[in-house]
Design a protein around this ligand. Sequence first.
Ligand SMILES: [Zn+2]
Length: 318
Amino acid sequence: MTVRVLYVAGSGRSGSTLLARLLDQVDGVFAPGELRYVWQRGLIEDRFCSCGQRFGACPFWTKTIDQAFGGRDGVDPHAMSRAQQSTTRVRHLPRALLSTRRPAGARRLGSYAAAVAGLYRAIQDVSGADVIVDSSKLPTYGHLLASIPGVEVAVVHLVRDPRAAAHSWLRAKAQPDRGGDGVMQQQSASKSAVLWDTWNAAALRLFAGHPRRLLLRYEDVVDDPRHAVARVLDLIGHGGAPAGFVDDRTVTLTSGHSVAGNPDRLSSGSTRIRLDDEWMTALDARRRLWVTALTAPLLRRFDYPLRVGRASGRPSSA
Ligand SMILES: [Zn+2]
């Protein structure tokens, strides 16, 4: 049986959690979060699932791991995590780009690939969904996934204004999914800009010839979320319709079983969707200029303005 995966590719802090949650409301679509973290944050660290249970106590993940591996003893999450990192890290990107047809190292990843396919198949089975949304974002991981026999991948390349992403990386945000006072990882504006360039360029290159891919801007998702969901459903040939909307900008989100991602995945209920443009006033001019300079070539490619002010910076929904 072929597993159908909708992969959300891009750089960090691009709004993939929101998009995945909107898709999760649609009948026949299931969004279990950033699946590349299932080994480390799920099986090893036992963090919270979005249903409110620890990974090891969540009925969905317990059933899924049982079905895929005959229980937790049937898979070594440390070995899985190592195998994954050995081919998806940024330092392996040049190799990946040189062999766009097949990810570097895929041949020696036979048992890893078989376990991943088994996991995704079990997720599809246990959830009863037609399509699984994997919001892992890392383009190299999506590329690896697409090379695994029995896994059929459609790609949404999600992009967000790099100045907004830089501001998000600088902001301290609580990450309660370990059950303590943790915060989300933070990065400097320079590092954020370089990562944005790297992963977006990689997503463009790695999925260039992919038969089912869609470029979507986060700003357009929040501008018209229903339309964005409809475009994604179109991409995967899903007959369903956007669901959970109370009005154009308000959606009732259910908690689902998301294994990792932005802490927003842990909240549920009626949610008002709005553009988070705090960076326009809060990101200082020096950092804003620096990020703009570092990302200028791709800014144009994705139709973002080079010069932004509070009034003119809001990208159009065109
Ligand atoms: Zn759960």
